[in-house]
Design a protein around this ligand. Structure first.
Ligand code: DC
Length: 232
């Protein structure tokens, strides 16, 4: 591919469990950009809230969280040995914990809170100020970087996403039925699309990538092709 002559910002938004992070990481590796997982940030805050017993019966104690969130410091590091991006909460490695199903089930409750979003968006912009970034999430092309150089809106059929997620969790040893996963995926779509704060929307200038029937390498080629067209 052509090497982009400036350090672009690439926004990848879309539904949960449709492989946004896989393609974002593959692309970042291929073009030497930094990958930033904005969903991991909301997951860290969720884990933190759960550890402080701030979530019960689908309700968050927002007053307490508003105070305690000042104690949350999120960082990322690439682990060369394990060849994976890792997430830290106050320097503690929490990469595996934030992907657990109980965190996934609660994360939408945290992601809809305005002050949480404001804090995360500020952090996302701070991390990206040098450019050369690929960030995936729900509101990257609409709110975080409305002027992103390339905006991709990814999606895939619910059933296909549920099956992919089921396989992933099974490999990690989680015992969970496909029905439960399907329900979790659909519920997250609904909450993401219908929340008041920064709902999941396709930006007007985003291009849609439905990857229901694409392999990871086909998706990557698809994006690289679009990147090569930037500025032409
Ligand atoms: O991408 P993910 O599944 O790891 O995201 C976890 C949750 O965080 C998901 O329910 C939606 C929310 N999220 C968000 O509201 N805004 C973002 N930019 C990224 C994720």
């Amino acid at each position: 591919m052509n090497t982009p002559d400036k350090k672009l910002i690439i926004a990848i938004d879309g539904h949960s469990s449709c492989g946004k992070s896989t393609v974002a990481k593959d692309l970042a590796k291929k073009i030497g950009y930094t990958y930033i997982d904005s969903g991991a940030m909301y997951r860290v805050v969720t884990l933190f809230a759960m550890r402080h017993n701030l979530i019960s019966d689908d309700r968050v104690d927002e007053n307490k969280l508003a105070h305690l969130i000042e104690k949350v410091s999120i960082s990322f590091q690439y682990n060369n040995e394990k060849q994976r991006h890792e997430t830290f909460l106050n320097k503690e490695l929490v990469e595996d914990e934030i992907r657990r199903l109980d965190v996934s089930n609660n994360v939408s409750l945290i992601a809809k809170i305005k002050f949480v979003r404001e804090k995360m968006v500020a952090f996302q912009r701070e991390l990206s100020k040098e450019g050369g970034v690929i960030m995936d999430g729900r509101d990257i092309g609409t709110v975080v970087f409305p002027n992103a150089d390339l905006k991709i809106f990814m999606t895939a059929d619910v059933e296909i996403r549920a099956i992919r997620r089921y396989k992933e969790l099974k490999e990690k040893g989680e015992t969970i039925s496909l029905d439960e996963i399907r329900e979790n995926v659909s519920k997250r779509d609904f909450i993401d699309e219908n929340r008041k704060e920064s709902p999941l929307r396709k930006a007007e200038d985003a291009i849609t990538l439905n990857n229901s029937h694409l392999t990871p390498s086909e998706q990557l080629d698809w994006i690289v092709e679009r990147m090569n067209k930037i500025g032409k």
